[in-house]
Design a binder for this molecule. Structure first.
Ligand code: 5RP
Length: 299
């Protein structure tokens, strides 16, 4: 029982000083009305200093197995994790491979089912909210196939996770997954990002497009982050990240253009410089080359 001797009553109530409300966090566009747990977890993903994030995506194994660069998560990915603001991965990879003292926000893959041998849009929810809580997830990620064969089902996966996430205080990242048959232009991405945001996604991952990307970010009421997409030369990937940030993206969730680079750690550092320091692509590429000369080459 607490010691009741020498009870002291408070006397310093700040006089006429107005109460200070909790400040809105940068990088949490559209989330001011959410509960503290959601906003706190978003702050594990988006750096409070600038409201931006560099997420390292390496969940690709959930539908394509050990793709190039992800053959050994312990060797290829674990050394990169301290440089990432957040990591996007499966719960299997988290439990089996990621050190529990990692400070990166954990964005857990929460949908899955079909492999690359089947129709990828035919996903189900693949994570229970209890396990997301147990793993202290900063967010759950779900594919949304707007225009895909199983569009409605994937939207239902999203809303199911949003309902569970709202109850537990865990945000949901909607990942716009684009079928090969669809035209990747600003009109499509305005549709494919706005729908998940309207249905409750707390942030949305999409692709950069050269024409009109700023209309995609403007029309989406929650933060947008971009995927890197297939591996392209480092200089081009840095240019892509730079343009996306200038076009209103709140960060990147980059996978192959980091882990398939000849120098993943150097590439991750250069991407960070673009996102967090607004470094121009040419300078960021020079940084990449500098660091690449000092970093070990991964086989
Ligand atoms: C799977 C995903 C991936 O994690 C993500 O899109 C991959 O990132 P990148 O395109 O940069 O390799 O969401 O569908």
């Amino acid at each position: 029982m607490a010691d009741l001797d020498d009870l002291r009553y408070g006397t310093n109530f700040g006089g006429a000083a107005p109460a200070t409300a909790a400040p809105a966090l940068p990088g949490t566009k559209g989330l001011a009305g959410h509960d503290w747990g959601i906003r706190s977890r978003m702050a594990r993903i988006f750096q409070p200093a600038d409201g931006r994030t560099v997420m390292l995506a390496f969940d690709h194994g959930y539908f394509q197995g050990p793709t190039s660069g992800l053959e050994r998560l312990d060797l290829n990915i674990v050394p990169l994790v301290p440089q990432a603001d957040a990591i996007m991965l499966t719960r299997g990879a988290l439990r089996s491979t990621i050190p529990a003292d990692s400070r990166a926000g954990v964005v857990l893959r929460a949908s899955g089912g079909p492999s690359i041998l089947k129709d990828l849009s035919d996903e189900e929810v693949a994570l229970g909210i209890d396990d997301a809580v147990r793993l202290d997830a900063a967010a759950m990620a779900v594919q949304v196939f707007v225009g895909g064969e199983h569009e409605t089902k994937s939207v239902r996966n999203l809303t199911t996770l949003v309902d569970a996430g709202q109850a537990a205080g865990i945000p949901v990242l909607a990942v716009t997954a684009v079928g090969r048959e669809l035209v990747r232009d600003a009109r499509y991405f305005r549709l494919a990002t706005r729908i998940p945001a309207e249905l409750g996604a707390h942030f949305v991952k999409t692709y950069y497009v050269e024409e009109g990307f700023e209309t995609v970010t403007a029309a989406c009421p929650v933060p947008i982050i971009i995927a890197g997409g297939k591996k392209i030369p480092e200089r081009d990937a840095l240019e892509l990240a730079h343009r996306a940030i200038q076009g209103g993206a709140a960060g990147v969730d980059m996978g192959r253009n980091i882990f398939q680079s000849a120098h993943p750690a150097a590439m991750l550092a250069a991407v960070r410089a673009v996102v967090h320091d607004d470094l121009a692509p040419a300078e960021a590429f020079a940084l990449y080359e500098d660091l690449a000369h000092t970093a070990p080459v991964l086989a």
